[in-house]
Design a protein. Structure first.
Lengths: 164, 100
């Protein structure tokens, strides 16, 4: 059950990410990124992070991606055009990412035994446990993030405002 | 039962695709979206390690990453709108001067 769900949603994640890479129109990339984020929410549930799964759907695939699609439609972004810089990026980009992937996969798989197994329902973190840490031990950082969000909102309004 | 290493490999794949998209994409919004993909890949690593060590702190970290990502998306998209107003283009190759 766990393995089947992992394979289905992991494959969906990788397919969405590849689609993001290969599509030339930003709106298609944005929609495939929503697929990636929603499938990641299911993987979080499999790892016992129920609050984060809900927050992933609400914050990432809800708020952030709606903002992205809104900006893409507002700016009327068209298809990408190939330039001289993009040819250079193709030459450097694919081998660089492949080397990074090879290195990471080698490290993770060579130490596979030390990481152990993930069992379904073995370690569930419910919202109560999370909020106990968040509101007791980490109250100050949590409050500071609210100031961060406020500053970000003000900055966004100031930046996107039309100059007169 | 799935090995934790498989989750880490999945997140490595997502991160590498994000790096490749960051380098290859020429549209500034697509570049920004690949940064979000990389953030998500790292979040999956945090949750996998939180499950492995039976610690809540990994999930707390993911929560803070989500908060910062939301703030970053709002400011970043506002900057993209400002660049588009000034330059009338979204191609990163044509946005190479700080002066307007």
């Amino acid at each position: 059950m766990h393995l089947a769900l992992f394979i289905i949603f992991g494959a969906l994640c990788v397919a969405g990410a590849l689609n993001l890479l290969l599509q030339r129109h930003p709106i298609n990339s944005a929609l495939s990124l929503i697929v990636v984020m929603s499938s990641l929410a299911v993987l979080y549930l499999l790892l016992g992070a129920e609050f984060l799964a809900a927050a992933q759907v609400i914050v990432y695939s809800g708020a952030i991606m709606v903002l992205f699609t809104f900006v893409i439609m507002l700016l009327n972004a068209g298809k990408e055009t190939r330039t001289h810089g993009s040819k250079l990026a193709y030459i450097a980009g694919f081998p660089g990412a492949a080397i990074l992937l090879g290195l990471l996969v080698y490290v993770f798989l060579s130490r596979q035994g030390e990481f152990g197994q993930a069992r379904l329902g073995e370690y569930m973190v419910n919202t109560g446990m999370l909020s106990q840490v968040l509101f007791r031990d980490l109250l100050l950082p949590f409050e500071v993030t609210s100031i961060l969000i406020l500053v970000a909102i003000l900055g966004a309004v100031a930046l996107a405002r039309k100059e007169h | 039962m799935v090995p934790i290493a498989w989750y880490l490999v999945l997140s490595a794949i997502l991160f590498s695709i994000g790096v490749a998209a960051f380098l290859i994409k020429r549209n500034i919004i697509s570049v920004f979206m690949s940064i979000e993909l990389m953030l998500n890949a790292v979040n999956l690593t945090f949750v996998a390690f939180a499950h492995m060590w039976h610690q809540v702190s990994g999930q707390i970290f993911v929560f803070f990453v989500m908060v910062v990502a939301a703030a970053e998306a709002a400011v970043g998209l506002a900057i993209i709108i400002a660049i588009f107003r000034a330059r009338n283009t979204l191609n990163v190759d044509q946005v190479d001067l700080m002066k307007l």
